[in-house]
Design a protein around this ligand. Structure first.
Ligand SMILES: N[C@@H](CCC(=O)N[C@@H](CS)C(=O)NCC(=O)O)C(=O)O
Length: 218
């Protein structure tokens, strides 16, 4: 089966899909779209993704976007290992955890929002950094409260890592980008450490992507 992922090394949403593909043992080729230089707005990519964001996932001629929708598609075509629990209530809880970052925290710090703050409201780099730190911290704090109510065992929903862990690990990557101190979020930090000990997570981390290495070499 042929799988292509249009992604970007720094993209948290691309990270989520990379981890899911690797946990399920599905091989893929990644085509980089540099969302910092504006490649997402070029007509060629707009033809691939009308929203002009990464990731886009192409499998056997079918094309999807939105990381959560892609992961649920992977769950359907390759049910094992499960990334969503079998029980209805647990599935809903797993999706609830995932959406804290996918729907609420992460969208506030993406390039289009940062650029709008700068271009429309004159926010300088310091203000934008403070904005990103605020919303990223809010996401971490929400996860910490949730993990205090239901302790990881050892992953968010149980014995194996799943969709919630993928999304929480992505939120922690946002914190790494911003050099945020995780000591106020010990349960989140421990969960992320557990995740990044797994090769599928570790090899999907932005700093492990070829694009990141090309940037740091300059
Ligand atoms: N909710 C979407 C997020 C998509 C998204 O915003 N991706 C970011 C990178 S993580 C992007 O491409 N941003 C381009 C921009 O902001 O211009 C998902 O989970 O796939």
């Amino acid at each position: 089966m042929s799988v292509i992922l249009y992604g970007f090394w720094r993209s948290i949403a691309s990270f989520r899909v990379r981890v899911a593909l690797r946990l399920k043992g599905l091989a893929f080729d990644e085509i980089p779209i540099d969302i910092l230089s504006g490649e997402q707005f070029k007509p060629d990519y707009e033809a691939v993704n009308a929203e002009r964001v990464v990731p886009t996932f192409v499998h056997d001629g079918h094309s999807f976007f939105q990381s959560l929708a892609i992961i649920e598609y992977l769950e359907d075509i390759q049910p094992n290992p499960r990334l969503l629990p079998a029980e209805t209530e647990e599935r809903a809880y797993a999706r609830s955890l995932a959406l804290v970052t996918v729907a609420d925290a992460h969208p506030l710090v993406v390039p289009r929002v940062r650029n709008h703050l700068a271009n429309t409201f004159g926010a300088d780099i310091r203000v934008i950094e403070a904005w990103a730190k605020h919303w990223t911290t809010e996401g971490l704090a929400t996860y910490e409260r949730l993990l205090a109510r239901r302790a990881p065992a050892p992953f968010a929903l149980g014995a194996e890592p799943g969709i919630a862990d993928i999304c929480i690990a992505g939120q922690v990557i946002s914190a790494h980008f911003l050099n945020l101190d995780l000591s106020a979020f010990p349960a989140v930090a421990r969960l992320a450490e557990r995740c990044f000990a797994i090769p599928a997570f570790a090899s999907s981390h932005p700093f492990e992507q070829p694009g990141s290495k090309a940037v740091s070499a300059h």
